[in-house]
Write a protein that binds this ligand. Structure first.
Ligand code: F6P
Length: 510
């Protein structure tokens, strides 16, 4: 099979440059890359289609073609969309329609024909799948990764603040693109059942998809990369990472405490990751403080608890954390630093270092759509405390069987309970380290994700004539020809999100 992956946002390169350095360079790119490689290793031809960026600050993304070293059958293909410079995903919509999709079609006309099927990622990849499907008949699967409806909920959008919020996030395009993607895809792929039944059933997607129709959905969880995160794996800078961590602990932690277990958190410094809740939990438990240090891995920031950063969102996260640390005099018990580089290999080495001192991984995000990070930590051998909101409730628990300790992220006392359970009882630590690791090894491999995608794509291709289709939504004129006359009005978004009776205070601002 020849499969195209539509992923306009972020970018890909053989060195995984910029992974986690920007909100558009995170879990989704890792998912697409790992899945593409796993499918290619099963003998299929895969193209990762992304945007060409010609920008000195992002010099890795300028060439049209690139491959991953040692991997056959995967091409990264970068095609222009709008200006040459890097653009965040919120600003791509217009150029996807005017440039990127036509460039993809032209590319395949000139280079040996279209793929058999596409997998489309996020609402931006999805709308491209819709438009390419319209022109060519090629079917696509839609993997949302993150849906705009839940982000709007989290931002507490009201009729009053919608114009201002939309100015930044462009939900008016995203929601319409998502509705079309989930409506016109061959199948929607979710990572969990909860994503299918709870997220897709948001009222903003009504009439676009029926979550009760089994043939519109496939639940395919992603995998962890054992060759990187496995307990026996060894990264090129394994020893250098160990040394680096020891140096940072020596910098930040009081001497007699330096060999204690660690509560380790590793996520982007964003409010939704709720690192503050974890720090508050640590602050309120003398038992936790007696038994462990708290380590925050902070990406590109080497000493962000003491040095202010120049990034507003990062400061929004760090300022209250610094206050809790100061008020509770936690300076010698908390360490925050970045690893030698932002590679997954260094992170995996850090996890293995922490396992040796019987540490615990913590992810206390307010909501986590899937939560690959705790599974990566688990396969390295760390027992996990994770948010009960979202994917971890399925990956780390099945019936009464627990594979990680789930906690309420909005209740620091519950976070304390979860952490103490692992740090105060050696048997519990051992049980969860084993159970979590086995759970991931058995259920979350990229090979099984790839097999599930392939089975689905084969079914889609062999049943294209007979497959039942949803009632098709019309394609909004903006996605035919984006200009001021065809623009999406905020009232259209407001009607979908608030229902028809809500009036927006101000009309559209464009
Ligand atoms: O990990 C980064 C990322 O996966 C994006 O690429 C993804 O689409 C996003 O997280 C979440 O998007 P949003 O905040 O726009 O819902």
């Amino acid at each position: 099979m020849h499969i195209g992956f539509l992923n306009p946002q972020g970018n890909f390169d053989s060195g995984n440059s910029h992974i986690t350095k920007h909100p558009d360079f995170g879990g989704q790119l890792i998912y697409v890359k790992q899945l593409a490689i796993a499918i290619a290793q099963m003998g299929h031809k895969v193209d990762i289609l992304t945007r060409q960026i010609i920008d000195p600050e992002w010099s890795e993304f300028a060439e049209t073609f690139e491959t991953y070293p040692g991997v056959d059958n995967v091409r990264i293909i970068r095609l222009p969309a709008g200006p040459k410079k890097f653009l965040p995903k919120e600003l791509l919509w217009h150029y996807l329609v005017t440039d990127w999709v036509p460039n993809i079609l032209k590319f395949y006309q000139q280079h040996g024909g279209l793929p058999d099927a596409m997998t489309a990622h996020y609402g931006d990849g999805g709308i491209c799948g819709v438009l390419i499907g319209e022109k060519t008949g090629i079917p696509f699967t839609f993997t949302a990764h993150s849906l705009g409806a839940q982000k709007m909920d989290k931002l507490e959008v009201t009729p009053e603040n919608l114009p201002e919020i939309d100015e930044q996030f462009h939900f008016k395009y995203r929601i319409l693109a998502e509705r079309l993607s989930m409506n016109r895809s061959a199948v929607n792929i979710t990572s969990t059942r909860q994503e299918r039944f709870e997220q897709y059933s948001h009222q903003v997607y009504r009439d676009a998809v029926d979550v009760d129709k089994d043939d519109r959905f496939a639940v395919i969880p992603p995998g962890a990369d054992f060759s990187i995160f496995g307990a026996k794996a060894h990264s090129e800078n394994e020893e250098a990472t160990y040394l680096h961590i020891q140096e940072r602990l020596a910098r930040d932690i009081a001497e007699p405490r330096r060999d204690l277990p660690v509560i380790i958190a590793s996520s982007r410094l964003e409010p939704k990751k709720n690192i503050l809740g974890l720090v508050q939990a640590f602050a309120m438990s003398p038992t936790l403080q007696e038994r462990a240090n708290l380590v925050l891995l902070t990406g590109g920031f080497d000493d962000p608890l003491r040095e202010e950063t120049s990034d507003d969102t990062t400061e929004e996260v760090l300022t209250p954390i610094r206050e809790v640390i100061k008020e509770n005099d936690l300076w010698d018990k908390v360490s925050a630093f970045g690893l030698l580089d932002q590679s997954q290999e260094s992170l995996a080495a850090a996890y293995r270092f922490m396992v040796k001192r019987r540490s615990v991984f913590a992810l206390t995000a307010l909501y986590e759509p899937f939560g690959l990070a705790p599974l990566e930590a688990a396969v390295a051998g760390l027992p996990v405390v994770a948010t009960k909101n979202g994917g971890p409730s399925e990956s780390l628990q099945q019936g009464n069987k627990e594979y990680g300790v789930l906690v309420d992220p909005e209740d620091p006392a519950d976070i304390v309970r979860g952490l103490e359970r692992l740090l105060c009882d050696a048997d519990e630590w051992e049980y969860f380290a084993q159970a979590g690791q086995q759970r991931v090894l058995k259920n979350y491999t990229w090979e099984s994700t790839a097999e599930n995608y392939l089975t689905l794509l084969e079914q889609i291709l062999s049943s294209s004539a007979t497959r039942s289709r949803a009632k098709l939504l019309p394609i909004h004129p903006y996605f035919g020809n984006p200009e001021s006359q065809t623009d999406v009005f905020l009232e259209e978004l407001g009607k979908l999100y608030f229902g028809s009776n809500q009036k927006l205070l101000s009309t559209s601002s464009f």
